[in-house]
Design a protein around this ligand. Structure first.
Ligand SMILES: Cc1cc2nc3c(=O)[nH]c(=O)nc-3n(C[C@H](O)[C@H](O)[C@H](O)COP(=O)(O)OP(=O)(O)OC[C@H]3O[C@@H](n4cnc5c(N)ncnc54)[C@H](O)[C@@H]3O)c2cc1C
Length: 370
C-alpha cells in the first residue's frame, strides 16, 4: 500500500471503532508511517461490544480451509497474540482444546478438521477414547477426538486495555463518545463532535461496518446480520472438571462453532455461546435495541435461508431457538461431557453480539474475508 500524506489534512488516518480490530490497525498505521491517527468510538470506552464480550479463545487455525486468508491470519495471529499476552503479563490458560464427536456421523468432519490442521501447520493430534480421558477426563466422544495444543484462553477485556494503553503511548489519539454520522464530502466525516478531516478512512465499525461501507458505495451486496451469543457458567463444585476447552465438531458450512466449555485464566468455566438471530444490532436484552429496519432485514433473510434450507439452515435455526431455554441449552452442552447436571449451569457473563456478514444476492453467510 502506498500512502501519501498532505500537510493541510488534520488526520492522516481516521479509524472508526475502538474494538480489537480498530485499535490494532491504528497502532500499526502509527508505527509504519509515523502518521497522525485518530480513532473515534461512539461508546465512552473501548471494547464495549464483541471485542470485550467474547469467549477469549485464541483459535489455533484448525477450522479454516487451507489457503484462505483467514487460515493464514489465524495461525499467525495466534502466535503473535500469545506472545503479546506473555510480554504484557496478561494471564492465559495454555492447556489447549479438544474437539469431540457426539455421533459417528460427525467423524468424517472431525477427520476433515485434522487434515485442515495439518495443512495449516497447526499442532493437532487424533486421540482415541483413552487418550481423551487422559487429556480431558470429563469430555465424551464417539471413537475419536482431536486435541489442539496451540489454543489458549485469555480475558478479552485485559487484552483491550493493554492494546489501548500501548496505542495511546505510541501516539494514537482517541475520541470517545464520538459517533460517525456519515461523509462530509470526500475527505471529511460528520461526527457527533463535529467535522473531522482525514486523508484515509479505515472502517472498523463492527456491527455497523456495512452501513459505513455502503456510504462509500462499497460492499453493496453485503449486509451484517446480528446474532446474540448467550453464556452460562459451570457451578463451582460441579463434578465436571474442564482443564482447557471442550468443543463439538462444528457444521463446517456454518460459521458458528457451537456451545463449548472454556476454562478461563480466572478459573471460571464458561459454557456457550448460543447464536440467536436478532431484530436489532445491539439487542443485548429482551427486545431493547430491536428496530424495524434490522428486524425486517433479519426476517427477510431467515425466510430465504429457511425456505431454501441451505446448509441445513432449518435444523440449525431450530437448535438455536431451543437454546433460549435453560433445558435446551443444557441438552446441547451435555453432549460434550460426562456427568453434567442441569443445575450445573448457572447464568453466565454478559452476552456478545456477532456481526455476521451475509451476501444478500445469494443469501449465503460469509465464512471468509471478502
Ligand atoms: C459471543 C461471541 C464470542 C466470540 N468468541 C470469540 C473467541 O473466542 N475468539 C475469537 O477470536 N473471536 C471470538 N468472537 C469474535 C470476536 O469477538 C470479533 O471478531 C471481534 O471482537 C471483532 O472486533 P471488531 O473490532 O471488528 O468489532 P467490535 O468489537 O464490535 O468493535 C467495533 C466498534 O465500533 C464502534 N462503532 C460502531 N459504529 C460506530 C460509529 N458509527 N461511530 C463510532 N464508533 C462506532 C462500536 O461501538 C465498537 O466499539 C466472538 C464473538 C462473539 C459475539
Amino acid at each position: 500500500m502506498i500512502v501519501q500524506f498532505t500537510k493541510q489534512q488534520a488526520w492522516d488516518f481516521l479509524v472508526i471503532g475502538a474494538g480489537v480490530i480498530g485499535v490494532s490497525i491504528a497502532r500499526e498505521l502509527r508505527r509504519r508511517y509515523a502518521s497522525r491517527v485518530l480513532v473515534i468510538e461512539k461508546e465512552s470506552s473501548s471494547g464495549r461490544h464483541a471485542s470485550g464480550r467474547n469467549s477469549g479463545v485464541l483459535h489455533a487455525g484448525v477450522y479454516y480451509k487451507a489457503g484462505t486468508l483467514k487460515a493464514r491470519m489465524c495461525v499467525e495471529g495466534n502466535r503473535r497474540m500469545r506472545e503479546y499476552c506473555r510480554l504484557k503479563g496478561i494471564p492465559a490458560n495454555d492447556y489447549g482444546k479438544v474437539i469431540v464427536a457426539r455421533s459417528a456421523a460427525e467423524l468424517p468432519a472431525l477427520r476433515d478438521l485434522y487434515a485442515r490442521a495439518q495443512t495449516n501447520g497447526v499442532h493437532a493430534i487424533l486421540l482415541d477414547g483413552q487418550g481423551l480421558r487422559e487429556v480431558e477426563p470429563c469430555a465424551k466422544t464417539v471413537e475419536q477426538a482431536l486435541q489442539v495444543k496451540d489454543t489458549a484462553v485469555v480475558n478479552p477485556q485485559r487484552v483491550m486495555e493493554a492494546l489501548v494503553a500501548d496505542a495511546v503511548q505510541e501516539g494514537v489519539e482517541f475520541r470517545f463518545s464520538c459517533l460517525y454520522q456519515g461523509r462530509d464530502g470526500n475527505e471529511a466525516a460528520k461526527t457527533s463532535q463535529g467535522r473531522v478531516a482525514y486523508g484515509h478512512l479505515v472502517n472498523c465499525a463492527g456491527l455497523f461496518a456495512d452501513q459505513v461501507a455502503h456510504g462509500f458505495g462499497v460492499g453493496s451486496c453485503y449486509r451484517i446480520l446480528p446474532f446474540r451469543g448467550q453464556f452460562y457458567r459451570l457451578r463451582p463444585g460441579s463434578q465436571v472438571q474442564v482443564r482447557g476447552n471442550i468443543y463439538p465438531v462444528p457444521d463446517l458450512h456454518n460459521p458458528f462453532l457451537g456451545v463449548h466449555f472454556t476454562h478461563t485464566p480466572e478459573g471460571e468455566v464458561t459454557v456457550g455461546p448460543s447464536a440467536l438471530p436478532l431484530l436489532g444490532r445491539e439487542q443485548y436484552r429482551g427486545f431493547a435495541g430491536a428496530n424495524a429496519q434490522d428486524g425486517l432485514a433479519m426476517i427477510r433473510y431467515l425466510i430465504r435461508l429457511i425456505g431454501g434450507n441451505r446448509d441445513h439452515f432449518r435444523s440449525i435455526a431450530w437448535k438455536e431457538i431451543a437454546k433460549l431455554s435453560h433445558s435446551g441449552f443444557y441438552r446441547e452442552a451435555e453432549g460434550l461431557c460426562v456427568g453434567l447436571r442441569k443445575d450445573d449451569l448457572l447464568p453466565g457473563k454478559e452476552p456478545g453480539i456477532r456481526a455476521q456478514l451475509v451476501n444478500i444476492r445469494t443469501a449465503e453467510l460469509s465464512n471468509d474475508f471478502v
